[in-house]
Ligand binder design. Structure first.
Ligand code: ARG
Length: 461
């Protein structure tokens, strides 16, 4: 078994079936640049501790640079016989610089502390990319809110007309969860900064290598406090997968609304041609596939998280090979978000809203009944009674097939002596929205303030 990382204590090589099962190069090769970075840092630590002469270290670093260049241009690839990225790269290094120097690199490290470190480095890099994409979606929502400062949307609970709100308020309500995902990524990064490198297989090293130096070289913050925990904990991976899944859910909820808004029945939005798809049989079709794929892929992101959690459950300390199963799900979550988020941002940025239609529908369903009740409260009517009176007015109007705003003086009076004609002041959508001035409310000035806060929080993250 030429070039394998182990074998001396075995009578023969592994069976082909084992090799087939064990091989991870088809997914862990993506970590090759990080493996090289880890080897550079480790070589520096070996030299600092006196295990490499200066010229040996130089040969080692040059050899690693040569491998990095071949990884980048695609000319260095794993062989079918390689078990994993670590073995493939050690073999390539020895081919590059010879076994006398290349064979010294593995001292004081294990694939267990390597892989635990490399996956963190990969996720930290991609967290930065995902954060940029998230910001673009937030920017697109904010830009749409800004472009429609006065537009009204029928606000819903239980999917039924509830109270009118500003479209901007609603769009910002979808941006806030994404701001929180950005903040979660920042918080996650603090925990991801611990470097397991130097923990060895599980118990630490006898060689007196400096794990803080390695952590620093790798752009991480500090060595992991406990070598058993460092090599076998994957909560940092699971937490990342959670943030990815939650992001998928945020997008999925907005997608569901866009899909509804885009129906003929709602007619609230039109999708830009560049961000919609056609049908192979129905020539007239224009479909919201980006929203549907975002909604569908949220299931996949949730699956990646739950699969990973199931893998971790019940694993004894320390490293177990089960842990190899952390990579495909979390890589998939990264790759999924990195294709969904840019398309999603483009779809949002190019949405066209039919604000007239939304405003026309907003008063329907007696959505101003709460305003009537609160108007009565301001006139010292107890809310219990106000609720009754407003409810009776709804019923009277419903019987007559009219809206609240169409109730004449006589009808108002017949429902309650408290319902004087001044109530009409609050029976306008604009009046209703403008009067919701409480913190977090839908009054235009509150929504504008909230938007400034949202943008500041997103930029601070
Ligand atoms: N491929 C393994 C993983 O992804 C790392 C190598 C550890 N292998 C081992 N036999 N100890 O977790």
């Amino acid at each position: 078994n030429e070039g394998a990382l182990w074998g001396a204590r075995f009578a023969g090589g592994p069976s082909p079936e084992l090799a087939e099962l064990s091989r991870s190069t088809h997914f862990d090769w993506i970590l090759a640049p990080y493996d090289i970075a880890g080897s550079h840092a480790h070589a520096t630590a070996l030299e600092a501790a006196g295990y490499l002469e200066a010229d040996e270290a130089r040969i080692m670093h040059e050899g690693l640079d040569a491998l990095a260049a071949r990884i980048a241009d695609g000319t260095l690839l794993p062989d079918p016989g390689d078990e994993d990225v670590h073995g493939a790269l050690e073999k390539a290094l020895i081919a590059e610089v010879g076994a006398d120097v290349g064979g010294r690199l593995r001292a004081g490290r294990s694939r267990n502390d390597q892989i635990a470190t490399l996956v963190r480095m990969y996720l930290i890099d991609h967290a930065r990319i995902i954060a940029k994409h998230l910001l673009r979606v937030i920017d697109a929502l904010v830009a749409q809110a800004e472009a429609h400062p006065g537009a009204i949307l029928p606000g819903r609970t239980h999917l039924q007309h509830a109270q009118p709100v500003l479209l901007a308020h609603h769009l910002q309500a979808h941006a806030w969860p994404l701001v929180r995902e950005l903040e979660r990524l920042v918080d996650w990064r603090r925990r991801a900064g611990a470097s397991p490198y130097g923990g060895g297989a599980l118990a630490g090293s006898t060689l007196g290598l400096d794990p803080a130096l390695v952590a620093r070289e790798l752009g991480l913050d500090r060595p992991a406090e406990n070598s058993l925990d460092g090599t076998s904990a994957r909560d940092v991976v699971a937490e990342f997968a959670f943030i990815a899944a939650m992001t998928g859910i945020d997008l999925s909820r907005l997608s569901e609304e866009i899909i509804l808004w885009n129906t003929r029945e709602f007619g609230f939005v039109t999708l830009d041609d560049a961000y919609s798809t056609g049908s192979s049989i129905m020539p007239q079709k224009k479909n919201p596939d980006i929203a549907e794929l975002a909604r569908g892929k949220s299931g996949r992101l949730i699956g990646n998280l739950s699969g990973l959690l199931a893998t971790l459950k019940g694993l004894p300390l320390a490293y177990n090979r089960d842990l190899q199963e952390d990579k495909e799900p979390v890589f998939d979550s990264v790759q999924t978000l990195e294709v969904v988020l840019p398309a999603f941002a483009g779809m949002i940025a190019t949405l066209r809203f039919d604000t007239e239609r939304m405003a026309q529908l907003a008063p329907q369903g007696f959505s101003l009944a709460t305003d009537v009740a609160e108007w009565l409260v301001k006139r010292r009517v107890p809310f219990r009674d106000a609720h009754e009176i407003s409810g009776a007015l709804v019923r009277a109007c419903e019987e007559r097939g009219i809206g609240l705003e169409d109730a004449d003086d006589e009808l108002l009076r017949s429902v309650s002596e408290h319902l004087t004609v001044e109530v009409r002041d609050v029976l306008s959508i604009e009046g209703s929205v403008a009067s919701r001035t409480g913190v977090g409310g839908t009054a235009p000035e509150r929504v504008a303030e909230q938007r400034a806060e949202l943008v500041a929080r997103a930029q601070a993250a």
